[in-house]
Write a protein that binds this ligand. Structure first.
Ligand code: ADP
Length: 220
């Protein structure tokens, strides 16, 4: 069983409420906060504790015990100012990981400056994943690590089926790494050199985007 963590989710719109529900369902302790009472009510059964509070009220945040949390997710979308102020307060309180949803590029830049630990742009991130899935029928999923590097899930083709990882030699030929191999419900997270790949396996590949593309187009 995964270690139970404590999360505070502040702002319970479409994004925040879904993060809250999912974390709670995963067995974590989740404090859900929103200024809107009816929204807070609707999340009572999907959180450990739900509170009505203004995210920019420092005293209120302290009285809710926020300084004891390791993680906070700020998902106040509509107004940029309370999102920024709340992030600042949470970082000042010493919360180690403050993840914030950004509305636009200006918002993103300010959040970066004030020390948000991860800035999320849901529409942009999701749009990129979907575009990459549409781009190639071999791509199942796509995660951007940086401008240059990504992790991609590729479906193993007939061309590479019945080969071991050594035979494929993807790292040497294409400079990317097969991190894991998924076969039906099983995930092999430390594939060995002599493990076989079969058609339909899902390969989790990490590397430079150009290298992954080369492997995808020429190697399989
Ligand atoms: P989404 O795009 O994820 O649906 P919204 O912008 O619609 O996000 O929702 C943001 C939520 O944040 C709303 O439920 C709103 O009540 C809440 N909110 C906005 N300002 C504050 C604030 N100062 N304190 C607490 N909650 C806030």
């Amino acid at each position: 069983m995964l270690k139970r963590k404590q999360f505070a989710v502040i702002g319970l719109g479409r994004f925040g409420s879904n993060v809250c529900k999912e974390l709670y369902q995963l067995g974590h302790e989740v404090l859900a906060i929103d200024a809107n009472e009816s929204i807070v009510d609707s999340l009572k059964e999907f959180s450990s504790h739900a509170a009505v509070a203004n995210a920019t009220d420092e005293r209120m945040l302290k009285s809710l015990g926020l300084r004891n949390f390791d993680f906070a997710i700020v998902a106040i979308g509509e107004h940029i100012q309370p999102s920024i102020l709340c992030t600042l307060l949470l970082k000042e309180m010493g919360i180690k990981q403050v993840w914030v949803k950004a509305q636009n590029i200006q918002h993103f830049k300010v959040l970066e400056k004030i020390g948000a630990d991860r800035i999320i742009q849901p529409e942009k991130e999701m749009a990129m994943r979907i575009a990459h899935q549409l781009d190639s029928e071999k791509i199942i999923d796509y995660i951007e690590l940086s401008k240059e590097y990504s992790i991609v899930e590729l479906v193993a083709t007939k061309k590479i089926s019945n080969n071991t990882l050594v035979q494929l030699d993807v790292r040497k030929k294409y400079g990317c790494t097969i991190l894991a191999v998924k076969r039906r419900d099983e995930v092999n997270i430390s594939p060995l050199p002599n493990d076989f790949i079969y058609q339909g396996d899902i390969l989790v590949v990490m590397g430079h985007k150009n290298d992954i593309k080369r492997f995808e187009n020429r190697g399989m």
